[in-house]
Design a binder for this molecule. Structure first.
Ligand code: SAM
Length: 273
């Protein structure tokens, strides 16, 4: 890749365009929404707090299942994603469900020239950071869109779990780098889609790793105040074959009980107001 992030982003966008319709068919969250429910987790609901009447910008919203859940809870939502297919699926879902939401196709890094409004809440979660090439710029963009006193919320897989590989089911080894490298890692082995195991994505992905200190320092450097940071030993997708259900849509490795952080969440606030 030789530092060519443009090529990496183009490839990633094509991958997400490819798998968005697959996810519209396969995501359990779509069924939950169709049944009148909310596809968010208790952790997020508790840590974000009351959203009714608030403006919420959802970065990397994919097919909009989380965005539409916040809408159902009364937030005035705007979902952003660089995958046109994802945004098209999100729009169709909003229409089908009769929920009010704006969906915008844009690269997070170009958002300042596309959306001219500030928000009470900027939210992003579950599988978002590995696609980002520059966390300092990402954090500055978040700060740009927050009203004084507004909050940024992130729930994400813990960077430590991406260091691990599963050689035999249930047995983990330290394999991949923890610390950031500006060259993304290319994954082009045909492995099943995380939401539909019968589907093998045709396109490669390019992913960056970010450490906990990269994430926290980027937000602090952008001027936000950290309000909470939590770690959990369960994950929102089945990353390793040896994982067992923690609860309906969460997985963990009981064998490593008490030893393995798999998810983290944080809330940070824009000073003022
Ligand atoms: C795992 S999904 C988002 C997670 C969401 N919670 C979900 O599971 O539906 C990652 C999303 O990030 C989007 N994405 C990746 N890089 C982006 C960028 N630079 N700007 C905007 N969207 C991006 C992809 O198109 C994809 O829809």
């Amino acid at each position: 890749m030789g530092g060519n992030w443009e090529e990496a982003e183009r490839a990633n966008q094509a991958l997400w365009d490819e798998i968005a319709p697959v996810h519209l068919r396969a995501y359990e969250e779509v069924d939950i929404l169709r049944q009148g429910g909310i596809a968010l987790d208790e952790i997020e609901l508790q840590e974000v707090g009351e959203v009714r009447g608030k403006t919420l910008l959802h970065l990397q919203c994919h097919i909009g299942t989380d965005t539409l859940s916040w809408a159902r809870l009364g937030a005035r939502v705007t979902g952003v994603d660089f995958s046109g297919e994802s945004i098209a699926c999100a729009g169709r879902l909003a229409q089908e469900l009769g929920l009010d939401a704006a969906f915008v196709q844009a690269n997070v890094y170009e958002l300042r020239s596309v959306i001219h409004q500030s928000f009470d809440i900027v939210y992003t979660s579950r599988g978002v950071l590995c696609w980002l090439r520059d966390l300092d710029e990402w954090a500055r963009i978040i700060a740009h869109f927050l009203k004084p006193g507004g909050i940024f919320y992130l729930m994400e897989s813990h960077p430590f779990c991406h260091v691990l590989d599963e050689t035999t089911p249930g047995e983990l080894t330290i394999t991949y780098p923890y610390f950031h490298n500006s060259d993304p890692v290319c994954w082009d082995d045909p492995s099943p889609d995380y939401a539909d195991a019968s589907y093998l994505p045709e396109r490669p992905s390019y992913e960056w790793s970010w450490s906990i200190s990269d994430i926290l320092n980027a937000l602090l450097r952008a001027g936000l105040t950290l309000e909470l940071f939590n770690e959990y030993e369960r994950l929102f997708f089945k990353l390793f074959r040896g994982m067992e259900n923690w609860s309906e849509r969460w997985y963990w490795m009981p064998r490593y009980s008490g030893k393995l952080p798999l998810t983290f969440s944080l809330r940070a606030r824009q000073p003022g107001a």
